[in-house]
Design a protein around this ligand. Structure first.
Ligand SMILES: Cc1cc2nc3c(=O)[nH]c(=O)nc-3n(C[C@H](O)[C@H](O)[C@H](O)COP(=O)(O)O)c2cc1C
Length: 180
């Protein structure tokens, strides 16, 4: 796909087919995440690939509005080590580093024909417990990976309407030239 087509076709998908994701595709998207830029090249990220159905169910229960995750074939949990990254201007760069890597992963997934959905609505303490994560490591985001379900579910449609997911602010509203 052309890059612009990858960007345009990525969207948050909340209804997944039960078909497993091929390991080659998972490895490809992880490789794209690995190559992301980061604060002083500290690469503070780690990714947990969750395919175990019981664990996926547990993870879905650690989310606030994302119970639909229980039906996905794979979840990638993106984590960061704040000690390995840095803070500048009050910005904790582990969140930025992990977010960039995660977006690499998500766009690579789109290019592979996979669906995804950035998930921020989770209970970090419960996610960490479920995955046996070390104390200092933070969970930045989750995304399901899988194939779009042929049959749509109502919940996905409702969230789409609430978030007006296709709507974007215009360039006029967000770009300044030379001065604010
Ligand atoms: C930081 C962040 C957190 C998000 N958390 C959730 C979430 O918990 N559950 C969910 O269904 N979508 C979540 N989304 C997806 C957004 O709702 C979605 O990206 C937005 O509505 C635009 O729609 P689109 O991704 O289809 O273009 C999140 C997106 C971002 C960037």
């Amino acid at each position: 796909m052309e890059f612009i087509d990858v960007v345009k076709s990525r969207r948050s998908i909340r209804t997944y087919d039960s078909k497993e994701v091929e390991d080659e595709k998972i490895n490809y998207v992880l490789e794209c995440a690995r190559l992301a830029p980061s604060w002083i090249n500290r690469q503070c990220w780690s990714f947990i690939v969750v395919k175990d159905k019981k664990t996926i169910k547990i993870l879905s229960k650690t989310t606030i509005i994302n119970r639909w995750l229980r039906k996905v074939p794979c979840i990638i949990v993106a984590c960061g080590d704040p000690k390995l990254s840095g803070t500048h201007n009050g910005i904790e760069y582990f969140t930025v580093d992990v977010a960039i890597a995660m977006e690499h992963l998500i766009l690579a997934a789109t290019d592979m024909g996979l669906s995804s959905c950035w998930i921020g609505g989770f209970n970090e303490k419960k996610v960490k417990e479920a995955l046996g994560m070390p104390k200092g490591i933070r969970v930045v985001a989750l995304t399901p990976l899988g194939y779009l379900a042929k049959k749509r579910r109502i919940l996905g449609g409702i969230i789409k309407i609430i978030t007006r997911s296709k709507k974007r602010r215009s360039l006029d509203e967000i770009i300044h030239y030379d001065k604010w």
